[in-house]
Design a protein around this ligand. Structure first.
Ligand code: SME
Length: 151
């Protein structure tokens, strides 16, 4: 296992390019790679089905938020407003769906191609301000690869 951003992106690219790779398998393995990173205490993917985000593979404690309507919480807001979101301190947020009482910060990066949104990578940390530019850049690169899984 590696936490090096270039190695993670290369590994995800290789998974997708491997003949016969299934979408679920690639998502599961990509999330497992990301989840190794420091401070990534809950790491998962939500896929957009109509107006609902549906939980896909994740690493971390089970969450009750397996289906999130667009517009609700950090995850649903990212889709509604069509942009990525970094929350430095979730305790300061009203429109927040708690996954775990320990969570302090969160990053949501959309899996998209142009205007089309397929889902998102969602990472929670038990530390405040856990996610910086390096994390955003890495998750954007991984999300760009994952977007290739969708027609
Ligand atoms: N915190 C998210 C819900 C998903 S859980 O963190 C896994 C939100 O506010 O949308």
């Amino acid at each position: 296992m590696t936490c090096d951003p270039d190695a993670i992106v290369a590994a995800v690219r290789d998974m997708i390019d491997a003949p016969g790779a299934s979408r679920d398998d690639v998502l599961r393995r990509a999330i497992a790679l990301l989840a190794e990173r420091d401070g990534y205490d809950w790491t998962g993917v939500y896929l957009l089905e109509g107006d609902t985000l549906v939980l896909g593979p994740y690493v971390g404690k089970p969450t009750e938020h397996t289906r999130i309507p667009v517009g609700r919480g950090v995850c649903g807001t990212a889709v509604a407003e069509r942009h990525d979101i970094v929350v430095d301190d979730v305790t300061k947020l009203d429109n927040y769906l708690a996954c775990s009482l320990e969570t302090r910060s969160e990053i949501v990066v959309l899996i998209r191609r142009g205007d089309r949104i397929f889902g998102q990578i969602d990472v929670d940390s038990d530390r405040t301000r856990a996610f910086g530019d390096d994390d955003r850049r890495l998750l954007l690169r991984v999300a760009a690869e994952l977007a290739r899984l969708f027609a």
